[in-house]
Design a protein around this ligand. Structure first.
Ligand SMILES: Nc1ncnc2c1ncn2[C@@H]1O[C@H](COP(=O)(O)OP(=O)(O)OP(=O)(O)O)[C@@H](O)[C@H]1O
Ligand SMILES: [Mg+2]
Length: 659
């Protein structure tokens, strides 16, 4: 049965039983009240009748006295007593319910009235012993005897009524008590039934469910919650709890499974993180480090506890903006070289960042690579490269030295011969000056001798020839000086700092140094129109040009031409060397920049020339392109950036720009 139905039933039955109980009790109570009132009135009536008896006794005694003739004045008193008796009897008459009683009362009243008439007769005359009066006395006696008899009957009737109502009152009270007892018993029984129902079908099953729930909570075992002997709602509740616990069990198993998966995934992630051979940091949007791996601990030389929740910029200053905030744009750069904060012995790192969303929150996965070893090897490599470039340069100087020596010998030769001629010119000139130093007007013989000497030694020619001879000598000396200066500059190791280079002048210098190499078979055609400077290392670029010119010269077997041009193309200088030599096969074209690639016989070429050319050009942030056809010649295009705009726009120093 449902508790709600039971409650409805309980409410209706309580209401109905309450109404019935109240109505019956009320009815019984009214009955008891009524009977008790009647009984009370009957008791009063008994007392009144007793009072009537007493009064009647007095009345009869007084009458006897009167009739005995002693005091006639008593008649008045008797009349008064009879009046009182009548009054009392009249009051009794109103209270009597049955007709017989009322008749008796009327008879008594009438008797008193009849007796009063006789008594009044006696009041006017003194006591006489005659028959008339004797007859009156006899009448009176008859009346009073009747009176007494009626009174006794009345009394008996009243006593009977009183007894009857007394019994009625007792019975009514007893019935009321019984009914009350019955009602209370029924009520208690009803409560008992209710309590037992509640206890059996509601409280007990609830206690069972509670105990089962506790048992399940403490032991964690699976428990059967379903109650069969219980109110419908409790049965439904127990089924619902059963289903709920089953659901919870399934959910718990699933949650446990998920927890295990998360732990496994976490472990896996940690293992992966710790196995990654570079430092990995997980950084939140504010730039605080939220996770890191073992490599990070090694790189930053501290344990995880001293890394987590610290701003990443504390360790990598490049990841902070000028006002100290986390710079997300920089963090997302790809393989950005940077430095750790001051204090780290090996500060060179390279970082890469990726934006990742974890549970709706933006994070940054930053990897830091320790590039200190690479930096050291780069340094070592760059120093080796420098040495290689220098060695190659010295080798090329060695190669050029014969030609340069020849280039120097040539002017030195004609300087010498010029000086010989000048020396020859010097003797007749001295003799002529000696003759002309005396006063020729006083010594005419000297004058004549001087004229003869002038004619004989052809001093006109000598004086004319001296100037070009000196000029040629000076020019030869200048040439020697230039070659030696250029060679000296070329041999000299570059300054560490880059400088502005007039590229056209540098091409001219290279031509000076390879002049001897070229002059017998190569015709040079120049179109040097760049007329701007590039930033770089002049000796190295000179080495580039010399190598290309020498290669071109080697490619020309007997006679040929090398066209050299320089132009500004957009933001670059394009220097072109075009020869009409042997050309390069397509197969070799792929390899000519490889180190040690040469087509020349052993001992003639090292195969490093073009490799170094490309390396130098790339150091200058430029590029070299080649095109060639076998039998037609080769074309080398060098492109070098012009940095002036950048210098001006960024206010950079030349050093900053090149680096
Ligand atoms: N202008 C050119 N015409 C034809 N072949 C060329 C020219 N320049 C370079 N080469 C080819 O490229 C090769 C590599 O040149 P590279 O300057 O690197 O070495 P190399 O000249 O052989 O030796 P070296 O180290 O003495 O310069 C040459 O052996 C040659 O075959
Ligand atoms: Mg070469």
């Amino acid at each position: 049965m449902k508790i709600s139905n039971y409650n409805l039933l309980l409410a209706i039955s309580t209401l109905l039983s309450g109404v019935v109980i109240f109505a019956s009790l009320w009815h019984q109570y009214q009955k008891v009240e009524q009977v008790s009132r009647i009984h009370y009135q009957s008791r009063l009536l008994v007392q009144t009748i007793e009072h009537v008896f007493t009064m009647s006794q007095l009345w009869l005694t007084t009458q006897d006295l009167l009739f005995s003739g002693r005091q006639t004045y008593l008649a008045k008193g008797i009349n008064e007593q009879s009046a009182q008796l009548r009054q009392t009897l009249m009051s009794v008459k109103g209270k009597l319910v049955n007709k017989d009683g009322n008749d008796l009362v009327l008879k008594l009243i009438v008797a008193t009235e009849q007796n009063d008439v006789i008594v009044n007769l006696f009041s006017q005359v003194s006591r006489q012993k005659n028959t008339y009066w004797q007859a009156r006395i006899a009448d009176s006696d008859q009346i009073t005897t009747m009176y007494v008899s009626n009174l006794e009957q009345l009394s008996a009737q009243v006593m009977r009524d009183n007894h009857f109502w007394s019994e009625q009152a007792k019975r009514a009270k007893s019935n009321f008590t019984k009914l009350s007892f019955l009602v209370v018993s029924l009520y208690l029984g009803f409560i008992l039934c209710t309590v037992s129902f509640f206890s059996k079908y509601i409280v007990k099953p609830i206690e069972n469910i509670t105990a089962l729930a506790l048992q399940r909570t403490s032991a964690g075992a699976s428990v059967e919650f379903i109650q069969t002997r219980a109110a419908t709602e409790i049965i439904d509740l127990s089924i619902a709890i059963q289903q709920f616990t089953q659901h919870i069990t399934i959910e718990k198993q699933r949650a446990e499974q998920e927890r295990c998966n998360v732990i496994r995934a976490n472990d896996k992630a940690n293992i992966i993180m710790d196995t990654i051979p570079c430092s990995v940091l997980l950084v939140d949007e504010q730039g605080l480090i939220k996770e890191c791996n073992i490599e990070t601990e090694k790189l930053l030389l501290r344990d995880k506890a001293h890394i987590i929740d610290k701003p990443v910029a504390n360790f990598v200053p490049a990841l902070a903006t000028l006002d100290g905030q986390f710079d997300k744009d920089i963090a997302l750069k790809n393989m950005e070289e940077s430095l750790l904060a001051p204090g780290f012995e090996n500060p060179h790192i390279e970082f890469t960042g990726r934006k990742i969303v974890i549970m709706g929150a933006i994070n940054y996965l930053i990897t830091l690579n320790d590039i200190n070893e690479r930096k050291h090897s780069q340094k070592a490599l760059s120093s080796l490269n420098e040495q290689l470039i220098q060695a190659e340069k010295l080798a090329s100087i060695g190669q050029l030295s014969a030609g340069i020596a020849h280039e120097i010998n040539n002017p030195v030769g004609y300087i010498r011969s010029n000086l010989d001629v000048l020396n020859d010119y010097f003797k007749p000139l001295l003799a002529y000056i000696a003759l002309t130093n005396v006063d020729l007007t006083k010594n005419s013989a000297n004058k004549k001798a001087a004229q003869e000497l002038y004619q004989r030694e052809d001093l006109d020619f000598i004086l004319e020839d001296i100037e070009p001879l000196i000029a040629s000598t000076l020019e030869g000396a200048a040439r020697v000086s230039k070659i030696i200066t250029d060679l000296g500059n070329y041999a000299h190791i570059d300054e560490k700092l880059p400088e502005a280079i007039a590229i056209d002048e540098l091409i001219e210098k290279s031509l000076t140094l390879v002049a001897n190499e070229l002059k017998y078979k190569v015709e040079i055609s120049k179109d040097l129109a760049a007329n701007v400077n590039v930033i770089g290392f002049p000796q190295k670029l000179l080495q580039v040009f010399i190598n290309i010119l020498v290669n071109a010269s080697h490619a020309i077997e007997t006679k040929g031409c090398i066209c050299i041009s320089s132009h500004v193309v957009q933001q670059e200088i394009n220097v072109r060397f075009e020869d009409d030599g042997a050309g390069i096969s397509q197969e070799n074209l792929k390899n000519i920049f490889d180190p040690f690639f040469t087509t020349k016989p052993v001992g003639k070429g090292t195969g490093l020339g073009l490799h170094i050319v490309r390396s130098i050009i790339e150091d200058h942030h430029g590029r070299i392109e080649v095109s060639s056809k076998v039998g037609q010649g080769s074309k080398f295009d060098i492109f070098l950036p012009i940095h002036y705009d950048e210098l001006a726009a960024n206010k950079l120093s030349v050093k900053q720009l090149i680096s």
